[in-house]
Design a protein around this ligand. Structure first.
Ligand code: AGP
Length: 608
């Protein structure tokens, strides 16, 4: 998730200062690298580097670039670690075409090889750089810039919002979108494009929305929108935006956390887009290892618990999950140069996790990692890493980063399973297919079940405590539900493997004590019904997250939150956790807390 802003201003005006100020409003979308390009007649001016906006500005003075047309970019790295050469914009061989991009181009490697074969020189490790070179190639083949851009866009697979400027048409911006966001702004004879409205809202409240698969040409004559596939012109009227800049960043949601819960539909798609080659690298390391450990803290530890069960079920690999702060005591004596440690951390800066990794490295272990921040310390300590592509997460409570981590870790387990060949391939493909269905199921859930969760949250607002119970693969989901609720509502929340609850916790049950069951229709269904009966018999209030149509548990429950469709058991945590995230959010708001910045917590815990 990167930030993009572009503008076509009147002759004689300078675009650079406007781009610079717009990037300030977009920095929450990505902040590991910054870049700007302006066009003045036959010259393209590019300033870009890794670092926060003010650091890059201090070094390059971003306001001092000539030309009334230009584009800026704030980066959240997915391909190629934060570095000057990987920052946007990327240009063609002759620096006459410049492109910025937000998203992931899945087929960039084959295009790159094809263009290298035609003599194109690449300077970065990004997927984006193939775009200006491919446009350049089609222009060389005799096409107009606009047609060359459209042909290029139609060759790309994946998610993108792309914005191009060129010396061939210095007063023009050409842009396109597929899945990634891009919106246009209409000024007084001046025109803008941006990854979200907050970028141009202080300049104009007139916005033109682009649909999937559309491209647009912005020049002094105005804005033309067309279908990328066939160039068919699209007529659309601008709408007037009533949001203030702050809520625009939240895209109309009241808090970043709620926005990020809704962003899971896209972030999961982006997280499962990573090229298979990285999964194969992970799989070969894990299969060749004598011992495998998974380490993480908080939500990342819960994602690790899902990974451990998936590796056992899909590959018969025994991967032990350890809370990172306990690694030295619990496992370090078992670590040697035949050991693989898989570290999970969205920030990549959590000190407890880094300490566990460094300890393991000191014993010769190989380090694999799943992280959300490219360029983070964890990424740099790793032998192999996979970026989870969730985009920046502002809310302290991890939501979209959990579901992305689980999605990536399930793909890792599937790749290991294919390599060990210990279980029927059909079981692995079933999980991979289920994974691809999760974004639509979550969208369905968010469209139909939010009010149900809100009502339940209101009804337990005064509860002294709440307990989450799950079995098998949903024990981690119960633990994650607990973590979200306690860090946001400040009430003591409990979670247990449902079977274990009768060995102690059940003594707490009294009339009306809320117990939330995570109960998909999988191999644990029968036994969890038994646990529901045990709690119900002692007066507990039963709140169940179930599959739609599960009459048995519905009849036993006081409240149900129904998941629209069935899923392979291993995939269920990704979807069944969403109602628990919403429950924590609405309970926090109901108690008058700020769900984005809960007390005593930090987004990344960089101390021991
Ligand atoms: C989760 O909502 C919390 N913010 C916290 O437990 C977090 O998961 C933990 O600190 C680990 O962070 P990391 O993924 O950045 O390493």
């Amino acid at each position: 998730m990167c930030g993009i802003f572009g503008c076509v201003l009147h002759d004689g005006k300078q675009a650079a200062p406007l781009i610079h100020s717009a990037l300030k409003r977009l920095e929450y979308r990505g902040y590991d690298s910054i870049g700007q390009v302006t066009v003045d007649g036959k010259t393209l001016f590019v300033k870009k580097d890794r670092g926060r906006l003010e650091e890059v500005d201090a070094k390059y003075n971003l306001d001092d670039m000539a030309g009334p047309t230009g584009v800026g970019h704030t980066r959240w790295a997915t391909h190629g670690r934060p570095a000057q050469e990987n920052s946007h914009p990327h240009t063609d061989c002759n620096s006459t075409i410049a492109v910025v991009h937000n998203g992931i181009i899945e087929n960039y490697l084959e295009i790159k090889r094809e263009l290298e074969g035609k003599g194109h020189r690449f300077l970065s490790r990004t997927d984006t750089e193939v775009v200006p070179h491919l446009v350049e190639q089609y222009v060389r083949d005799g096409m107009s810039l606009e047609d060359a851009f459209r042909k290029t866009v139609n060759r790309l697979e994946g998610a993108y919002s792309l914005v191009l400027t060129s010396t061939e048409r210095p007063k023009t911006i050409i842009c396109a979108r597929q899945e990634s966001p891009l919106v246009l702004g209409v000024g007084d004879g001046e025109y803008y494009c941006a990854s979200d409205i907050s970028a141009f809202l202080p300049i104009t409240k007139k916005a033109l929305f682009m649909d999937e698969g559309e491209m647009a040409v912005l020049d002094p004559k105005g804005i033309r929108i067309m279908k990328s596939r066939n160039g068919q012109v699209v007529r659309r009227d601008p709408v007037t935006i009533t949001w203030d800049p702050e809520s625009a960043k939240k895209q109309g949601f009241k808090h970043f956390m709620l926005k990020e819960v809704h962003e899971q539909v896209q972030s999961i798609k982006d997280s499962i887009r990573t090229l298979p080659i990285y999964y194969d690298l992970f799989a070969s390391k894990i299969v060749d290892a004598e011992r495998v450990f998974i380490v993480g803290c908080g939500t990342a530890y819960h994602a690790g618990l899902v990974a451990s069960q998936a590796l056992a079920k899909l590959a018969q690999i025994d991967a032990r999950v350890i809370v990172a702060s306990e690694f030295a005591e619990e496992a370090l004596d078992l670590v040697n140069d035949e050991t693989v440690v898989l570290a999970v951390s969205q920030s990549g800066e959590t000190m407890d996790t880094l300490n566990a990794v460094r300890d393991a490295m000191s014993r010769g272990a190989s380090i694999l990692s799943v992280t959300n921040v490219m360029g983070s310390t964890l990424m740099r300590l790793s032998d192999v890493y996979i970026g989870q592509n969730s985009g920046p997460e502002i809310g302290v409570a991890a939501t979209k980063t959990f579901t992305s981590q689980v999605a990536v870790l399930l793909r890792i387990a599937a790749a290991v399973g294919r390599r060990t060949g210990k279980v029927p391939v059909s079981r692995i493909t079933e999980v991979e297919k289920g994974l691809h269905e999760t974004p639509d199921i979550i969208q369905d859930l968010l469209n139909t079940k939010v009010e149900v969760v809100q009502r339940i949250a209101e009804s337990v607002n005064n509860a002294k405590s709440i307990c989450f119970l799950g079995r098998g693969i949903n024990v981690p989901t119960a633990l994650e539900g607990r973590l979200k609720l306690l860090e946001l509502s400040y009430i003591p929340v409990i979670a247990y493997p449902a079977g274990e609850s009768k060995h102690g916790f059940i003594s707490l049950i009294e009339e009306g004590f809320p117990v939330v069951f995570i109960a998909p229709m999988d191999e644990t269904h029968k036994r969890i019904i038994g646990n529901i009966m045990e709690m119900k018999a002692r007066g507990a209030r039963i709140i169940s997250v179930i599959q739609e149509g599960d009459r048995e548990i519905r009849e036993l429950s006081d409240d149900v939150i129904e998941i629209p469709r069935s899923l392979p058991s291993l995939v269920t945590p990704i979807v069944y956790v969403v109602p628990l995230q919403l429950l924590a959010y609405y309970l926090s708001v109901g108690k008058g807390h700020d769900p984005d910045y809960p007390r005593n917590l930090a987004k990344s815990v960089t101390v021991e």
